[in-house]
Ligand binder design. Structure first.
Ligand code: NDP
Ligand code: 8X3
Length: 252
């Protein structure tokens, strides 16, 4: 695969698994996240030459930093073929009337505005070259709202609308748009949601077999490697033990 892929949120979970899948296929990787040390740890696990990976310490919530990072890419890294908009998080699982304002800011600024900032800076080059693929990581939370999910679900519903809007706006170009929308995947997601309460996070996956980050990366890789005339618009996947956002079999 002679392509350059930018993966946001590559320091953990689904983003790190995507780095592995695309590295194995010979892609050149631009990996972005806030925790540079974790990005470096991910790179150490990859079978990749140092010249085939470019790390960016980036907070996608910072519009100026995003613009600067993309516009200052070395020329050999500037023609991005695939963007995986994966950076995202949930904060809290509280009733709306009791929720924390900062949790809302974190989710909306990262999952919606951050995704838009990165896309807005990468997409003009794709349109100009008439080639590229935007892969957004949505969620079943964008399709179904669950108790306490209010704002997180709203951000993922926004991702769904943004993906659909992009597909409309890109008609007439060869740029592809895909939304990959998982159910429960065991990553740092629940630790982040519960502000480091690992016991509460572990309970989310108790008694069931959740999806793994590799399961999602496998689907993302499949979407990215279809013939150029094929656009996979949306993939929804969940564990066999999950039937909806709230109906889960915990009898494993
Ligand atoms: P993780 O917490 O393991 O990974 C999240 C990644 O996002 C990390 O690499 C983190 O890096 C990065 N990130 C968070 N905030 C920012 C920021 N402001 N700027 C840059 N990077 C950021 O969770 P997942 O792998 O599960 O999550 C990846 C995506 O998948 C998210 O969009 C999530 O909503 C979505 N998703 C997850 C599901 C699940 O059940 N796990 C199901 C459906 C969708 P760092 O902290 O270093 O910045
Ligand atoms: C993550 C899946 O069900 O916790 O988006 O919202 S869920």
């Amino acid at each position: 695969m002679n392509q350059i892929i930018l993966i946001t949120g590559a320091s953990s979970g689904i983003g790190a698994a995507c780095a592995k899948y695309f590295a194995q296929a010979g892609a050149k990787l631009i990996l972005a996240a806030r925790r540079m040390g974790k990005l470096q740890q991910v790179v150490e696990t990859l079978n990749i030459q140092a010249s085939d990976v470019h790390l960016i310490q980036l907070d996608v919530r910072d519009r100026i930093a995003v613009e600067s990072a993309i516009s200052h890419l070395p020329p050999e890294w500037s023609h991005i073929d695939i963007l995986v908009n994966n950076a995202g998080l949930s904060r809290g699982l509280d009733k709306l009337q009791e929720a924390d304002f900062q949790d809302w800011e974190d989710m909306i600024d990262t999952n919606v505005k951050g995704l838009l900032y990165v896309t807005r800076n990468v997409l003009p080059g794709m349109v100009q070259r008439n080639k590229g693929h935007i892969i957004n990581i949505g969620s079943i939370a964008g399709h179904q709202t669950y108790p306490g999910g209010n704002v997180y679900c709203a951000t993922k519903a926004a991702v769904k609308s943004i993906s659909e809007g992009l597909k409309l706006d890109l008609i007439g170009t060869q740029v592809r748009v895909t939304s990959v929308d998982p159910g429960m995947v065991e990553t740092e997601f629940s630790n982040v949601r519960f502000h480091g309460d690992n016991q509460r996070a572990d309970k989310v996956y108790q008694g069931l077999t959740p999806l793994t980050p590799d399961d999602i990366a496998d689907v993302i890789f499949f979407c990215a490697t279809r013939p150029p005339h094929v656009n996979i618009n949306e993939v929804i996947l969940m564990p066999v033990d999950q039937a909806s956002a709230t109906l889960v079999n915990r009898n494993r």
